[in-house]
Design a protein around this ligand. Structure first.
Ligand SMILES: Nc1ncnc2c1ncn2[C@@H]1O[C@H](COP(=O)(O)OP(=O)(O)OP(=O)(O)O)[C@@H](O)[C@H]1O
Ligand SMILES: [Mg+2]
Length: 301
């Protein structure tokens, strides 16, 4: 039986050999034996577009659906998921990479029913790690497999580590805002994903953050999905939008996620809608025939 770590190792091997790895999401889904966490990687081209807020609040929306969720702060330079949650974990990914701790040991429960793996501040990039350190990291990722959902919040921009997390994902959620610079950079990262990874079978999804109207969001999404289809022959699904909402920055300032501070605010409702859509795509894309049989006849869950 192929486990999650083995699949990731394979992806790394292929990356190293220069061959395009198979869309990880599909491969992982195919090797699905028993329970396996769904890995959702949140990324963007431009920084500061809302990745960490989307990661944490999506996790909370999933937790409300009864899912066991882990948020991994994969930013090794400027970790801030723990700051958003007002936590100062003693250990972080740095200690895992350095083999001082296991991933399980650094996993911390929050008061909100989700767990986090804290990022490392001051570590430059996973790209600078030795092969052995990378392998160790990948092996450790596998120990989180008793979660239902692993949300990986990446650092802004393109680095090898971001691409590794993209390659490992079942779903890649690209965040942009309506700003032309953010859109251009989002297109840039989609293009890199298209060339670096065989992403045809990966769930590539778009979220437009900080919009003022549904129409504004749709305009941005249409433009992006059309360009990706036309020039990259890549299907990018428009997953949804999040309103520009003063509750978001207030929540950041108070170090309390907006989904907790105000579950009915505009941003919270949008995030819940997005998670609802992801859940639907889960059943459609990954459940397949056996998933349908399970739903009809029960068992497995
Ligand atoms: N929907 C929103 N409405 C209002 N403000 C928002 C919204 N989303 C994000 N912001 C603002 O943008 C800031 C940056 O968000 P966040 O830290 O989530 O971005 P990021 O993409 O993770 O940044 P980085 O690239 O530095 O990791 C927030 O602190 C908040 O002030
Ligand atoms: Mg961030």
């Amino acid at each position: 039986m192929e486990d999650q770590a083995e699949k990731l190792r394979e992806i790394m091997r292929q990356k190293k050999d220069g061959a395009a790895p198979a869309g990880a999401g599909t491969a992982l889904a195919k090797s699905k034996e028993g329970k396996r966490a769904r890995i959702i990687t949140i990324t963007s081209g431009k920084g500061g577009v809302g990745k960490s807020n989307v990661s944490v609040n999506m996790a909370l929306a999933y937790a409300r659906l009864g899912k066991k969720v882990v948020v991994m702060d994969a930013d090794l330079g400027l970790a801030n998921v723990n700051v958003m949650l007002n936590m100062i974990p003693k250990w972080n990914l740095y200690h895992v990479i350095r083999k001082q701790k296991t991933m399980k040991e650094i996993l911390v429960e929050t008061e909100y029913g989700i767990s986090i793996v804290a990022g490392a501040s001051g570590f430059s990039k996973i790209a600078n790690l030795s092969e052995e350190e990378r392998q160790n990291f990948i092996d450790e990722l596998d120990t989180l497999s008793n979660a239902d959902i692993i949300i990986i919040d990446t650092a802004a921009g393109v680095s090898d580590n971001v691409l590794d997390f993209v390659a490992a994902a079942d779903d890649v959620v690209i965040i942009t805002t309506p700003e032309p610079t953010a859109i251009t950079d989002a297109y840039g990262i989609i293009k890199i994903i298209a060339t670096e990874i065989d992403s045809l079978n990966m769930g590539l999804k778009l979220v437009v953050n900080r919009v003022h109207s549904v129409a504004e969001a749709k305009k941005v999404a249409d433009r992006m999905t059309n360009i990706a289809g036309q020039f990259l022959n890549l299907k990018v699904d428009y997953l949804g939008f999040i309103y520009d909402d003063p509750m978001v920055s207030q929540a950041v300032l108070r170090q309390r996620p907006f989904m907790v501070a105000d579950p009915k605010c505009k941003a919270s409702l949008c995030v819940q809608h997005i998670v609802g859509r992801l859940e639907k795509s889960d059943v459609k894309e990954r459940g397949g025939f056996s998933g349908m049989m399970k739903r009809i006849f029960g068992g497995g869950e």
